[in-house]
Design a binder for this molecule. Structure first.
Ligand SMILES: *Cc1c(COP(=O)(O)O)cnc(C)c1O
Length: 350
């Protein structure tokens, strides 16, 4: 494929709907989903429940809404929610735990890409006349801000067990759970079986234009549906979007392995060129987080700007951290161009 003027590695959310999705959008059967009568939404929800091993599923416009609906559905005001320090729920949902659910937050470290059970254990609080009581444990797999790391199944199980022993529910932010599953070989229902609810995005590597799925027990999904309405997320002929979700789940899952291979190759090539630093062994899925060299005077924001000028779109994840995400609209044959544009950007800010 010809090398484009702009190579976009900002996120896997930049993927455009496939031609097959465009076709499905035009031809799918639709109805009013607020009355439960959009057959395409119902088909996607049934398909999702089947593929995840859940009793029921709910389509949500965004992953953030699905996470926030889950938190609201599991908790009551004044409780505490445990989530890891660099999780999406803590970093990128605008304090939604407090804003939407009137709960407070307790964080645990996640340097490796997941919270250690010993750290989680320390954060549980029993409800009393004086203490809030833990209402929910949130986990994330793969871990976005920690470079797409896969939480090992035994760690996930151990953390969940600690919560369940205390009658505390567990929500899994599995925005990229299909990436975790394809890479680890562990089926998604295995991961889901350890938790009470799970969210995943159709709109990232799976290439849908919008949509995330929330799964859980039947009664949980009934209550979540009410809360989705509270957030203004009850939509009408949304089969138009759900039709793409069906293609995401039936056609786009297996190919995620290509994105993982590309991210690994890309990280090795950039490292070899000597411009940015990374440990390619930590690149397990489709996210590569690089560190700027010590001798360079600019920071990650400067790098992102310079890279943009050179025709490479990336995001910054901290003072010296730069993120590149591979996806289906990126061709691995462009890797040498990414390496060259990275080199130019580092030179500009050095
Ligand atoms: C993208 C993402 C979300 C939220 O999804 P949106 O659809 O962008 O709201 C939640 N959690 C993680 C880990 C994500 O990467």
């Amino acid at each position: 494929m010809e090398i484009p003027e702009i190579i976009d590695l900002m996120s896997d959310t930049v993927t455009r709907p496939t031609p097959e999705m465009r076709e499905a959008m035009a031809t799918c059967e639709v109805g009013d989903d607020v009355f439960n009568s959009d057959p395409t939404v119902n088909e996607l929800q049934n398909l999702t429940a089947g593929m995840t091993g859940a009793e029921a599923a709910l389509w949500c416009p965004t992953g953030t809404m699905a996470n926030q609906v889950a938190i609201l559905t599991h908790t009551h005001p004044g409780q505490e929610v445990i989530s890891s320090k660099w999780s999406h729920i803590v970093m990128y949902e605008l304090g939604g735990i407090a804003w939407n659910s009137m709960c407070q937050l307790a964080t645990v470290p996640d340097e490796k890409g997941w919270p250690e059970p010993d750290d989680v254990k320390d954060q549980f609080k029993e409800e009393s006349e004086h203490t809030p009581g833990t209402g929910l444990l949130c986990l994330e797999n793969t871990h976005n801000r920690r470079g797409g790391r896969i939480m090992p199944l035994d760690i996930l199980a151990e953390n969940s067990k600690l919560a369940h022993e205390r009658n505390i529910p567990v929500h899994l932010d599995g925005a990229r759970i299909w990436n975790a599953s394809i890479e680890s070989g562990i089926p998604v229902p295995e991961y889901f079986s350890k938790v009470d609810s799970m969210m995943f995005c159709l709109s990232k590597g799976l290439a849908s234009p919008a949509g995330s799925m929330l799964v859980g027990k039947k009664d949980f999904i009934v209550r979540a549906r009410r809360n989705r309405k509270h957030f203004g997320g009850g939509m009408r002929q949304v089969g138009i979007l759900a039709s793409c979700g069906i293609i995401s789940l039936t056609r786009m899952v297996d190919r995620l392995a290509d994105d993982h291979r590309a991210a690994k190759k890309l990280s090795e090539a950039v490292l070899d060129s000597g411009s940015l630093d990374i440990d390619p062994d930590t690149v397990e899925t489709n996210i590569a987080i690089f560190t700027l060299p010590e001798n360079c005077s600019g920071n990650a924001v400067d790098f992102a700007e310079a890279a943009g000028d050179a025709g490479l779109l990336v995001t910054y994840m901290g003072e010296r951290l730069v993120r590149m995400v591979t996806h289906c609209d990126f061709d691995p044959s462009w890797i040498p161009a990414v390496v060259e544009r990275t080199r130019v950007a580092v030179e500009v800010i050095s």
